[in-house]
Write a protein that binds this ligand. Structure first.
Ligand code: PRX
Length: 650
């Protein structure tokens, strides 16, 4: 049996259940399942009640306008996200409460109270205005995990300039592609960023990107590493963050944004070679992020909440910044890697700040598991009361390990399913009431009509199929930036009238959902989303390569690993050096996360008679499973040879 099937089999055989303790339930925001019934009776009222907990300049006229597949939420409402994350907390005791606790890779901490953050955001908002940024102008942010990243995004939100944050691990070329698509005029970066003691040359990457991105007229550079980074500032284009901030005024009026004005674009990999700019708007997104943070993480005034994601991904947008700050919470932000300077680093941080809620990815949990429980055992983790998981399916073994060795068998685990497109969590336990099953994301959040359907879009009551969402939710993407047709085609055409997630999932007899993974050409590598075609384009860009087909195969640690079947130019010899060069080439084109784990050279790729590469076969070969039907192949010999070659390697 193929490895992937074995993993899924094990997942679905899981029978253990875990109920929250009485003590947890008693104090939880949600302690009765009546919320599901209430939400079902009147979904719009459910969301409206959350919206009322936020501050609006002008109340909405209508909660939902739904012209499938286009939704508008809280129409007519006027609101500002930065106002809701900052100003509205200043008149209470939250004014001097830690909004962001920042821990640097080297162990230094910086605490920004709500007042501190408010002041910095206001000043930077004025800096942006001074650079000519106006409401509606897209600002690209390419920063490491430093406080200035939080400040910059909130400043954009304050003046109504949508931000497009590009993860600091992406290459110059990826950055330039995203800038060109969004046509942004301002780029915010830093001289460099620390990663495992080394320096990532962000400014240099930004300079390289700007050779191909002419729309950017101004660049703001945060000094993070100082003299260790050799940066060249271009006169009239590049400015130091601290110079601009020096004389910047301390108050900037928050822009009255329409509920449906754009808040941000975030690029993510789809099924084609080109990442798509997912568009999120203001009112609905904030309500979704606010409500789910409050209920799924059971967030309270006294919590110290830590989401380990990078703000360059959607998890960081919604659950480091917007959700927690809209709730007036204390959100921890860590600059560095989990294993630096040693593999106890995360637990040292939990102990240092007495973290109460901890949210991370299964890939990290599996790494901790492999490193051994003796590392977390060295630290006091008793402050923890709730754990979370996101980004990929969590295997029951990792779930149990997390529950036992990190949660001390007392913390509920919320396995949260969602996507860049969904903006906020759509499937998750509510920790005070849901009976947990290790490996299952459990149940849809109240009002969310998640369903499992067959090829024809018919509901599968019990069993596996495609995961779809059948009605709109406030934080859903509104479109793909600059490509409205692709929005309709990508998400709403496979099953008419339903949002197609691209995931496969199974429903058990209790109605619990078990997300199995992507069913399209999107890979999930260590919780990072990548398209097979992006990696293929990077490979064929190398002068030695003629053709390439990339597939994801099951990996014990990373969830999926990247396998690239590659055909070289005639007469070229394969060598270990060439493998290294090709891997490096992909890293340079996209970023280190896209570096193939394996490159298999082949004289030809298996194709159908009409010339289409048979990816299913390649996936089967990579998984080590039986070949299946090869009768439609133009030359079945190619597959046999490939399979033999692949098996030889193992
Ligand atoms: O395949 C699902 C997986 O991650 C994909 C979304 O990736 P991205 O947009 O990068 O957002 C990741 C963080 C929200 C989904 O289509 N995924 C996300 N969470 C889970 C998951 N798979 C299983 N279980 C989850 N909890």
């Amino acid at each position: 049996m193929a490895k992937k099937e074995k993993t899924i089999e094990a997942l679905l055989k899981e029978k253990r259940t875990f109920s929250p303790s009485k003590k947890f339930t008693e104090k939880a925001h949600v302690n009765s399942d009546a919320v599901y019934r209430r939400a079902k009776r009147n979904p719009e009222k459910f969301w409206e009640d959350f919206a009322k907990e936020l501050d609006w300049f002008k109340k909405w006229r209508k909660v939902l306008s739904w012209k499938p597949p286009h939704a508008k939420w809280f129409t007519g409402g006027k609101i500002n996200v930065s106002y809701n994350c900052l100003d509205r907390h200043l008149s209470s005791e939250r004014k001097n409460k830690a909004a962001i606790i920042w821990e640097s890779e080297s162990g230094e901490s910086v605490v920004l109270t709500y007042w501190d953050l408010y002041r910095e955001v206001n000043r930077f908002a004025n800096v942006l205005k001074g650079l000519g940024v106006k409401k509606g102008d897209v600002v690209t942010i390419y920063l490491p995990m430093v406080p200035e990243l939080a400040i910059a995004m909130l400043a954009c939100a304050r003046i109504g300039a949508p931000h497009s944050i590009v993860f600091g691990g992406f290459s110059a070329e990826s950055l330039s592609g995203r800038i060109n698509d969004s046509k942004s005029k301002v780029l915010i970066t830093s001289d460099g960023g620390y990663r495992r003691g080394g320096i990532v040359p962000l400014k240099k990457n930004a300079d390289d990107a700007l050779k191909r991105s002419k729309s950017v007229k101004k660049m703001v550079v945060v000094k993070r590493v100082g003299s260790e980074a050799k940066v060249r500032m271009k006169k009239g284009r590049d400015y130091w963050w601290h110079d601009l901030m020096e004389n910047s005024h301390a108050y900037c009026e928050p822009e009255r944004m329409d509920s449906e004005d754009m808040l941000f674009i975030l690029y993510t990999s789809g099924t084609t070679g080109k990442p798509k700019g997912i568009v999120h708007t203001t009112g609905g997104y904030l309500v979704g992020a606010y409500a789910t943070t409050k209920w799924v993480f059971d967030l309270k005034e006294e919590d110290t909440y830590w989401c380990t994601a990078d703000i360059g991904w959607v998890t960081g947008h919604s659950y480091i910044i917007y959700g927690p700050l809209a709730n007036g919470a204390t959100s921890l932000m860590y600059e560095g890697a989990p294993d630096y300077p040693d593999i106890g680093r995360f637990w040292a941080i939990v102990e240092k700040y007495a973290v109460t809620i901890f949210y991370t990815a299964p890939t990290a949990i599996r790494a901790f598991m492999r490193w051994g429980e003796e590392h977390p055992q060295k630290y006091d983790l008793t402050s923890l009361r709730l754990l979370g998981s996101v980004g990929e399916p969590i295997n029951p073994e990792a779930w149990i390990w997390y529950h036992t060795h990190i949660g001390g068998k007392k913390c509920p685990i919320v396995d949260t399913w969602w996507q860049t497109e969904t903006g906020s969590i759509l499937i998750s336990a509510l920790p005070g009431i849901t009976k947990l099953k290790p490996g299952s994301a459990t149940l849809p959040f109240p009002t969310i009509e998640a369903d499992i359907v067959d090829e024809d879009g018919k509901t599968i009551k019990e069993g596996a199929g495609y995961l779809v969402i059948k009605s709109p939710w406030p934080s859903m993407l509104r479109t793909i930036y600059g490509d409205p047709e692709r929005y309709v085609e990508q998400y709403w055409s496979r099953f008419p009238g339903m949002y197609f997630t691209g995931d496969g999932a199974k429903r058990d007899k209790d109605g619990y959902l078990w997300v199995l993974g992507r069913v399209d050409d999107v890979m999930n590598v260590a919780g990072h989303r990548l398209s097979t075609m992006e990696v293929e384009s990077a490979l064929v860009d190398h002068p030695s390569v003629v053709e390439s087909a990339v597939v994801g195969r099951t990996d014990q640690l990373k969830g999926q690993a990247i396998v690239a079947f590659t055909t070289l130019k005639k007469d070229l010899k394969t060598s270990a050096k060439l493998v290294g060069d090709l891997r490096q080439h992909v890293a340079k084109k996209i970023g280190a996360i896209a570096r193939p784990d394996e490159i298999i050279f082949t004289a030809e790729l298996p194709k159908t008679r009409s010339g289409k590469i048979m990816r299913r076969l390649l996936r089967n070969i990579a998984e080590g499973s039986v070949l299946g039907d090869t009768t439609t192949l133009a030359d079945p010999g190619v597959v046999k040879e490939l399979k033999e070659k692949y098996e030889d390697k193992e």
